[in-house]
Design a binder for this molecule. Structure first.
Ligand code: SER
Length: 327
């Protein structure tokens, strides 16, 4: 029988996805039932005032367990991770946070017989030898970054815990996530968010990858919907667990800039590719997500034009209030 998700812990709740996911979970499951946690970044007012918040260190099992015990946690959304670009600056830190954080959450999932553990993966699992167009669910996983190494290892580890211990674990390979509330921290796909912020703040953006770079992307409302839909899906219908391909849209930076120009004709982009170009080039252009569609009914709602319109409206509002680049 499917165990109920009543008390939810979100790690990495101050991050780009965690900050909006936590609010969505509080809306759905009740504010007092969703415990937000972060490492050291100051949480937003919205996060702090809408429910419980604690600082923890996911690399210390005792630190996570304290919260699990205190609130009788039965579900974890484990969003805490070091992303690709920062991970290349400090691969050891990336391994420590991503791998030890993950196994600590899995061990607590077992010990406290949790209902569900959600651990996201990423397009960073791919690298050399992968078909770049319509990348299939099952294909070669040879990442070129430490972030990718940890995501492949975590997928395999999670599937092992499902098969060996029967722990209910789920995860998706997120593409680059575009969002208007919290800036991403240290990823390669960050340009697809920064371009909107800079368009609104300065009408100019210097992009760190070439204009013909194409990567898969997704808007935050679709990201949250996919995450919660997968968490709520019927376990018996899932053939996959921790490694679902998921897609929404793919575009080049040039197409992204053109989409912004439609609403903001005087916006200009120039290009100064850096070390992140190599990472971007190792990731697919587009992804086959038919397993997610078949097994739990995934369907995206946003496209480049609707995202652009919404992002520019939201960021213009935030810019007027002086909130675009908070301390
Ligand atoms: N957005 C992530 C990164 O760029 C990919 O999952 O590192």
């Amino acid at each position: 029988m499917k165990k109920e998700m009543k008390k939810i812990l979100v790690t990495g709740s101050v991050g780009q996805i965690g900050s909006e996911l936590t609010l969505a979970l509080r809306e759905k499951y009740g504010a007092e039932n969703v415990i937000a946690t972060g490492r050291k970044t100051k949480p937003s007012k919205a996060l702090l005032e809408s429910g419980p918040f604690h600082f923890i260190d996911v690399t210390s099992i005792a630190s996570v367990e304290e919260i699990v015990k205190k609130y009788n946690i039965d579900t974890v959304y484990h969003m805490a991770a070091i992303l690709s670009a920062v991970g290349e600056g400090n691969p050891q830190l990336c391994w420590n946070v991503n791998m030890n954080g993950t196994i600590n959450v899995l061990e607590l999932g077992l010990k406290y017989e949790m209902a569900r553990v959600i651990i996201p993966s990423s397009i960073a699992v791919w690298g050399k030898g992968v078909p770049l167009e319509n990348t299939p669910q099952e294909t070669v996983l040879k990442p070129s970054t430490m972030y990718g190494v940890t995501k492949v290892a975590a997928e395999i580890l999670c599937d092992y815990y499902v098969a060996r211990f029967g722990l209910d674990i789920r995860g998706l390979r997120y593409p680059g996530i575009i969002s208007s509330e919290t800036l991403p921290g240290g990823g390669t796909t960050d340009y697809a968010v920064a371009i909107y912020y800079e368009a609104v703040a300065k009408k100019h953006y210097t992009c760190f990858v070439r204009e013909n770079t194409v990567l898969p992307m997704m808007y935050m409302p679709d990201c949250i919907k996919s995450t919660i839909d997968l968490a709520e899906a019927d376990f018996n219908k899932l053939m996959h667990h921790s490694d679902f391909n998921i897609a929404s849209m793919s575009f080049s930076v040039k197409e992204l800039a053109d989409a912004i120009n439609k609403y903001m004709p005087d916006f200009k982009v120039d290009y100064a590719p850096d070390h992140r170009q190599k990472i971007a080039d190792s990731w697919p252009n587009s992804i086959d997500d038919s397993c997610a569609k078949e097994e739990w009914g995934w369907q995206p709602s946003w496209n480049l034009d609707s995202v652009t319109k919404d992002m520019l409206e939201k960021l213009t509002e935030r810019h007027k209030k002086g909130e675009l680049y908070p301390e």
